[in-house]
Design a protein. Structure first.
Length: 282
């Protein structure tokens, strides 16, 4: 076979394959030009348009009943403080009173002293003295309170007897009786003062009164508000529900129960016997 024939057969056999020249041309066409590369780079550098407008935070609106809710929280704390103060004072007072009920009967004011000296229209402008109150249990007759002389009260009475009662009449006899009672009164006062000091009764009583005053003031302040939300209503419901309300009659009990339901408060927690029960504020 001649060389010419062989070349023709070779060309005919690979006729479907592109030639080297055609492949080179195709390759040059597939490569991006310099202008295309630069333009593409600039396009990447340009920021994309914002998808949405930036979110602007709106300031939080104050709670419509913020003041009332705050008062309600203070009321809960004040209620707990009052209960603790009363309990602590009560423990001390029981120990003190266990001594007071042993007061010598001689110190009890007589009927004449109750009526002529300490009672009637002249009290307390006549002698201006404070006697100790002693509650005694007389069995089936119930408790009876006696007024007992203290050393301080006797000294005031002796000093003011003549100017207030005159020199004559029963005044001398009364003064003699009061002078005779002074050693007994002073001894008993010492016993009472010792247990008062040991129990810190006077300080605890002052703390109890302070807690009660604060609690009372909060009740009054909360009562001046009108609730517009369940949270504010909860504060009012708790204050009103502290006291006995079941037997008031009319629609009042159901009104309070309705307000409790709207405020999300368990009506059982409004029982005045369980006034210190704490629940979540709505």
């Amino acid at each position: 076979m001649s060389l010419r024939t062989s070349l023709k057969n070779l060309i005919r056999r690979d006729g479907e394959r592109p030639s080297l020249r055609e492949r080179a041309a195709d390759l040059r066409g597939a490569l991006p030009s310099r202008r295309t590369v630069v333009a593409g780079s600039m396009a990447v550098a340009v920021p994309l348009p914002a998808i949405s407008a930036p979110i602007v935070a709106t300031p939080a609106q104050p709670h419509p009943d913020a003041a009332l809710v705050t008062l309600g929280e203070r009321w809960l704390r004040a209620n707990d403080a009052q209960e603790r103060a009363r309990e602590e004072w009560g423990v001390a007072y029981q120990q003190v009173y266990a001594v007071i009920v042993t007061c010598p009967p001689e110190l009890f004011a007589t009927r004449d002293e109750q009526i002529r000296v300490l009672g009637g229209w002249r009290w307390p402008t006549l002698l201006g003295v404070n006697l100790r109150h002693v509650a005694l249990d007389w069995g089936t007759e119930g408790a009876h309170t006696e007024r007992a002389w203290t050393g301080e009260a006797l000294r005031i009475a002796i000093t003011r007897a003549v100017p207030m009662l005159g020199r004559g009449g029963k005044t001398p006899g009364r003064i003699r009786r009061w002078k005779a009672l002074m050693p007994i009164a002073d001894a008993f006062d010492t016993r009472v003062e010792a247990v008062e000091t040991a129990t810190d009764r006077r300080r605890l009583e002052a703390a109890r009164r302070t807690a009660e005053d604060e609690f009372r003031d909060l009740n009054r302040e909360i009562g001046r508000h009108v609730a517009t939300t369940p949270g504010g209503m909860a504060a009012l419901v708790r204050v009103i529900g502290l006291y006995s309300w079941k037997d008031t009659g009319g629609a009042w009990p159901n009104l309070l129960r309705s307000a409790a339901a709207v405020a999300g408060i368990d009506p059982a927690s409004l029982e005045h016997e369980h006034a210190s029960t704490r629940a979540d504020w709505a």
